[in-house]
Design a protein around this ligand. Structure first.
Ligand SMILES: *[C@@H]1O[C@H](CO)[C@@H](O)[C@H](O)[C@H]1NC(C)=O
Ligand SMILES: *[C@@H]1O[C@H](CO)[C@@H](O)[C@H](O)[C@H]1NC(C)=O
Ligand SMILES: *[C@@H]1O[C@H](CO)[C@@H](O)[C@H](O)[C@H]1NC(C)=O
Ligand SMILES: *[C@@H]1O[C@H](CO)[C@@H](O)[C@H](O)[C@H]1NC(C)=O
Ligand SMILES: *[C@@H]1O[C@H](CO)[C@@H](O)[C@H](O)[C@H]1NC(C)=O
Ligand SMILES: *[C@@H]1O[C@H](CO)[C@@H](O)[C@H](O)[C@H]1NC(C)=O
Length: 568
């Protein structure tokens, strides 16, 4: 009995939470690049921590300008999406083109002529579909002349047009089109094709790193500084310039480097940020993955500093000085992205993480900071009302037993048999009193332990439920949800979900739907009844005080906090 109802609640959760996946994916992007050169097995990626994974890099055939994937890469690229989706079916995968090693001459030449752009576009779409990618990302990081930029703008325009027409012709969802761009729109001699980006791309990946490298900077530096009081070369400034160029903040995905740089100090005693340095240390170019940096820290037992002026972690040992982004930096940068209403973050690159520490820090922050929590209210509402329904039945039952034995009242028997008339319900709710109470309480705990619910039992009812009902009745139901919510892609519209939730807490058991009915309501198969005022407004009066307190203590849901939203 207990396990059966627990299973149906869990199933309900799973079903319902899945409904919310596309919404999350659209409003907050947690992206990461996987680069084949890392040699990191795709199957080892913890894809639950990401919403988008980007497979890097496809190249261009230098004579035909068709998309070209080397035979050694092809085995990984062709199975990338299916492998990733095994762990996280709701993830979106993109195929990235060019990258840091992309041949400048070939790219510049391809975008300069309409026929070669067309060849490239058609072949890229064909390859993306063939391998199951849902989007394409142009990572032409060496574009540096004004003709490159205006041609790139034309490419984006034609790419979007082709993607639209392909989606229409094949009745599939249109491919996502993105690009990796420098940290600010203006370069030394030119500017990005801002207008074309705004119109034609879904979003851009801002490469907010490599501001300083040991190979050319003769001083130690935060290579991905969020702020810099003495220079305009910093992420905050770059993002502000991008937004100032006329593109909305929600088209920017902030790049997070999962790597750092090691400098060789001129004087080991002068080891501040900006200290004189004589080139790379530890590795040839000084670049080190986060994983290698952590291993280095552990081996030498160094103590790591955090500088909030630049938002960077660093340490020095002997003449080696290393600057990088650790957990606290990642958290500050993800918070920055949220506060500035950017679309999300993108990691270069996922295989550099150490034991998923940075990936988790970035993903958790979003959950903890309540980005999802307000929209989760709708889920919470349904969860809570199911719990309320269960509690209500147990209360009715206990009350009828209690009053029956004292001979005070004998009317709620009908309510109970009304519930029993429903086949589904009778199967679920059949049992003797202690059994019933135990499973109701355990299920409420089960259902609520992952969510923070502000409900206060017994104080004029269930706060949010009443608020929801009042708002719903006045036709202002959407005010209960996050205004940024977009439910166009959900099969269950938010107002409908709310109505279903309210139906679950009706006073009269006849008005409450069964689990089966809820399921079909969520799938929009049935027309919904109009809910009346929710039940249990006077629950406190009808119960013996100490009887109620016992339940309230057991139910201390107010302390619960959101730990994990859903497995993606
Ligand atoms: C580029 O395309 C040409 C013509 O199809 C082909 O002969 C050549 O092998 C291709 N290059 C690569 C590197 O695949
Ligand atoms: C880029 O492509 C051109 C034309 O095929 C070729 O001549 C050149 O060697 C390539 N450059 C690099 C760095 O591969
Ligand atoms: C642009 O980049 C290419 C390749 O990195 C380089 O050869 C060329 O000199 C650059 N041009 C300008 C104007 O900076
Ligand atoms: C879609 O169909 C139209 C009309 O048949 C055709 O002109 C166009 O090239 C097709 N687009 C793609 C991407 O196949
Ligand atoms: C770096 O080199 C330049 C000249 O190339 C010099 O003017 C500057 O003082 C040096 N900075 C440091 C911190 O050594
Ligand atoms: C960060 O480093 C700079 C340069 O060494 C220093 O001036 C500043 O006080 C530091 N800020 C913090 C918060 O430690």
């Amino acid at each position: 009995m207990v396990s059966r109802i627990a299973i149906s609640l869990v199933l309900f959760h799973v079903l319902f939470c899945q409904e919310f996946e596309p919404l999350d994916a659209q409003t907050w992007v947690q992206a990461g690049y996987w680069y084949s050169g890392s040699g990191f097995p795709v199957s080892n990626i913890n894809s639950a921590l990401y919403t988008h994974l980007i497979c890097a890099f496809a190249e261009l055939n230098s004579s035909t300008y068709e998309l070209f994937i080397s035979p050694s890469d092809e085995q990984y690229f062709s199975s990338f999406t299916s492998t990733i989706k095994q762990k996280n079916p709701s993830i979106t995968t993109l195929l990235s083109i060019a990258g840091g090693n992309g041949n400048y001459t070939v790219l510049s030449s391809m975008v300069s002529k309409a026929p070669s752009r067309k060849t490239f576009i058609q072949s890229s779409i064909k390859r993306a579909r063939f391998y199951g990618f849902q989007g394409l990302d142009l990572s032409w990081v060496s574009a540096n002349t004004s003709s490159d930029m205006s041609n790139m703008g034309r490419l984006f325009e034609e790419w979007r047009e082709a993607a639209k027409s392909e989606a229409t012709n094949s009745s599939t969802q249109e491919l996502i089109l993105t690009a990796a761009v420098q940290f600010r729109p203006g370069l030394d001699f030119t500017t990005y094709p801002v207008e074309s980006i705004r119109i034609n791309l879904n979003w851009v990946h801002v490469m907010a790193y490599d501001y300083y490298m040991p190979q050319w900077a003769n001083f130690t530096a935060a290579h991905a500084a969020l702020y810099d009081p003495s220079s305009s070369v910093n992420t905050d400034n770059g993002i502000k310039q991008w937004i100032g160029s006329g593109i909305t903040a929600s088209k920017f995905v902030l790049g997070l480097p999962f790597y750092g740089y090691a400098w060789n100090l001129r004087n080991p005693k002068d080891n501040v940020i900006g200290a004189s340095a004589t080139g790379p240390a530890i590795t040839e170019g000084g670049d080190m993955s986060y994983k290698d940096i952590k291993a280095y820290i552990q081996r030498y037992g160094v103590s790591v500093m955090y500088n909030a002026t630049y938002v960077v972690n660093y340490f020095s040992i002997g003449s080696n000085w290393v600057g990088y982004d650790d957990v606290e930096v990642v958290k500050v940068k993800v918070s920055y992205a949220r506060e500035n209403k950017l679309l999300g973050y993108v990691v270069w690159q996922v295989p550099y993480d150490d034991n998923w520490a940075l990936s988790s820090a970035a993903a958790e922050l979003v959950d903890q900071n309540g980005h999802h929590s307000r929209r989760l209210l709708v889920i919470i509402l349904i969860t809570a009302t199911i719990s309320v329904l269960l509690l209500g039945i147990s209360v009715y039952y206990l009350r009828s037993r209690f009053f029956k034995s004292t001979g005070a009242i004998n009317t709620s028997k009908d309510s109970w048999s009304n519930v029993n008339k429903n086949k589904e319900a009778s199967r679920l709710f059949h049992g003797n009193a202690p059994d019933l109470q135990v499973f109701c309480l355990s299920d409420i705990e089960l259902a609520t332990d992952r969510f923070s619910i502000e409900n206060k039992l017994g104080e004029g009812g269930y706060g949010p439920v009443y608020k929801a009902y009042e708002l719903w009745k006045e036709g202002k139901g959407m005010e209960f949800a996050d205004p940024s919510l977009d439910d166009t892609n959900l099969t269950c519209k938010l107002l409908r979900c709310m109505q279903i939730a309210l139906l679950c807490v009706q006073q009269d058991a006849n008005d409450r739907p069964s689990v089966k009915e809820i399921s079909s309501m969520l799938k929009s198969e049935t027309i919904l009844k109009i809910p009346q005022r929710p039940a249990f407004s006077t629950i406190k009066d009808k119960l013996k005080p100490n009887e109620f307190i016992m339940q309230e203590e057991k139910l201390s849901v107010n302390d619960a906090t959101i730990s994990e939203v859903v497995a993606r």
